[in-house]
Design a protein around this ligand. Sequence first.
Ligand code: SF4
Ligand code: SF4
Length: 159
Amino acid sequence: MTDAPDPIDRDGLRRDYWKTVPMAKMTKPEWEALCDGCGKCCLNKLEDEETGEVVLTRVACRLLDDASCRCSQYPIRHQFVPECIVLTPKTIMDNLYWLPQTCAYRLVHEGRDLFDWHPLKTGSAETVHAAGVSVRGLTVPEFEVDEDDWEDHLIEEPI
Ligand code: SF4
Ligand code: SF4
């Protein structure tokens, strides 16, 4: 079977740049290529008001494509989901509390290496799915689940 094309352009990037280049110094393509395509940041989350703990649910943003684990309207997503967060070197600190444990932005921010299944290491966008750490086939659309019932769809990380 031929791998599906990677929607993220990972060509022409500096070798192992995530280990050597500070996040604030990465080029835009290098920053975008950090994303492993797991889709977990597009799941709705529940936050414990007392402890601040955040848990993921299987209930996905209305724009998430469950098969590709990608946003179906990424360039114009804010027209439909104004609250969708734009992760940048400046905003990452404010978002660490909810970023998934395997998220490459969290790992690199913490000075850790990427996992061996990351597309930057394997050269294939499929390896995140083969490793079982993406949300492919796991989600339910948010328009099918009442918000009061999200707690029935909790998932434990890492998936
Ligand atoms: S959780 Fe992180 S690595 Fe996974 S899709 Fe979201 S931004 Fe990309
Ligand atoms: S709008 Fe797109 S990028 Fe933002 S959470 Fe929804 S699916 Fe993900």
